[in-house]
Design a protein around this ligand. Structure first.
Ligand code: NDP
Length: 444
């Protein structure tokens, strides 16, 4: 570590005590970016990184709501407005009991770089609540969403801050929140993305993060003269990103043998084909059941824990942060895994990333490979502003081009001899775009 990096890391730690996920995300960026700042005189003494790690605004608020039995509950809501140098704040809302300031700040920080990579005019933000949607009735979900939006609506707007979904927030929750925003503000406007197709949503938005993840991996494979054809794929998670990563990988000729949820993973040696995937979509999106029911239904294996000991060529972590550690990375490498593409945000721990980079396999960081979701949210915003709807093919083509472009930026800035370090490439490319905009706009 150079002295500047040591000093910077210590300063961030002292400033944000106990925020382990946020520190993890900042350290990854600082390690790569501080030497870049040292090399480029225009960034010297501008405190660019110091400004980037401090959110422009952090909003926390009380979310009281009433359950079906008439009991009152109180949750904590958040919106982190991280950086608006290149556009309105943009990033998802997460409803999960683990949500806290550290997790949302790490997500918002990553979002700034990710949104810059899409080349669309979007700043970075993130929000959510420590609310657990599991086991709640539709009415309880609606009560919560309405209460959450009653406060959030003061802080967001189509030119200010445009939230979307994330863990625990899908089409149903976006609908309830949009309805409440419209009711209070008396405005039908593109203030949220991930909306229903009949009321301002974009085709392919639901599929975009998973599809984009696979398109990114496809670009990495193509650069090596390879493809998804006949590859064995392991996916963690069985939510939105996992489902559409599975669909696209299968369409490209791969066999997905494992998917998971927080209780364990299934191993289906015959592969999760399109019919079985429909079963998972119904199970997870409508019945809201557990992945074990897949194993019971199709008579395949179910195991507790995470799926990384299953033999595969390609691993797609699509569940949550820090879900793939060094031991699991070594296991994947020993089993012959040659490509890892993150659908989730920061699913791989720093020492596991190091193991993949040392082994020189293809490794895509989420801020590049899962940017397809927010990119298509950007396309939803454009369609809302223009008051038009693009076809499925048009949006899919734009998504593919955006992922190709992100891949090229990563290669341009991440090439180290004949190896591409995509972590380095993504961080440098995202940094230049945001940092230069911040320089142009003065000390604000
Ligand atoms: P969903 O809520 O649709 O699905 C989340 C999946 O991950 C579920 O299978 C869930 O299992 C599992 N999971 C959640 N927390 C844990 C945990 N602590 N341990 C093990 N499994 C867990 O979320 P998404 O698919 O939307 O999001 C998944 C990841 O992708 C997140 O990291 C998110 O930030 C990222 N992402 C999402 C985007 C989007 O457009 N939705 C865009 C970019 C990134 P269970 O059902 O048991 O809770």
């Amino acid at each position: 570590m150079n002295d500047n990096l040591n000093e910077f890391t210590q300063w961030v730690k002292d400033l944000n005590p106990g925020e382990s996920e946020f520190l993890q995300a900042v350290e990854e960026v600082a390690e790569i970016i501080i030497p870049i700042i040292d090399k480029h005189p225009r960034f010297k003494n501008k405190k660019i990184l110091e400004r980037m790690i401090e959110p422009e605004r952090v909003i926390t608020f009380r979310v009281p709501w009433i359950d079906d039995q008439g009991n009152i509950h109180v949750n904590r809501g958040y919106r982190i407005e991280m950086n608006s140098a290149i556009g309105p704040y943009k990033g998802g809302l997460r409803f999960h009991p683990s949500v806290n300031l550290s997790i949302l700040k790490f997500l918002a920080f990553e979002q700034v770089f990710k949104n810059a990579l899409t080349t669309l005019p979007m700043g970075g933000g993130k929000g959510g609540a420590n609310f657990d949607p599991k086991g709640k009735s539709d009415m309880e979900i609606m009560n919560f969403c309405q209460s959450f939006m009653t406060e959030l609506c003061r802080h967001i707007g189509p030119n200010t801050d445009v939230p979307a979904g994330d863990i625990g927030v899908g089409g149903r929750e976006i609908g309830y929140m949009f309805g409440q925003y419209k009711r209070i503000r008396n405005e039908f406007t593109g203030v949220l993305t991930g909306k229903g197709i009949g009321w301002g949503g974009s085709l392919i938005r639901t599929e975009a993060t998973g599809y984009g993840n696979v398109y990114f991996a496809q670009n990495m494979l193509e650069l090596k003269g390879d493809s998804f054809d006949n590859k064995v794929v392991v996916i963690s998670g069985s939510g939105n990103v996992a489902q559409y990563s599975c669909e696209k990988a299968t369409q490209l000729g791969a066999k997905v043998v494992s998917m998971s949820d927080s209780s364990g993973y299934i191993y289906d040696k015959d592969g999760v084909d399109s019919e079985k995937l429909l079963f998972i979509m119904n199970l997870k999106n409508i019945k809201r059941g557990r992945i074990k029911e897949y194993a019971d239904h199709y008579g395949c294996e179910f195991h507790k824990g995470r799926p990384w000991n299953v033999n595969c060529d390609i691993a797609l972590p699509c569940a949550t942060q820090n879900e793939l550690n060094k031991t699991e990375a070594e296991q994947l490498l020993a089993n012959g895994c040659m490509c890892v593409s993150e659908g989730a945000n920061m699913p791989t721990t720093p020492d596991a990333i190091e193991a993949f980079l040392n082994a020189k396999i293809l490794f895509a960081p989420g801020k590049a490979s899962n940017a397809g979701g927010v990119a298509t949210s950007g396309l939803e915003m454009s369609q809302n502003s223009l008051r038009i709807n693009w076809t499925r093919e048009e949006v899919d083509m734009k998504l593919q081009n955006i992922m190709k472009n992100i891949h090229s930026q990563c290669v341009e800035h991440g090439k180290q001899g004949d190896y591409v370090n995509y972590v380095r490439g993504a961080n440098i490319a995202g940094f230049f775009k945001v940092a230069d905009a911040m320089l142009d706009q003065g000390v604000v």
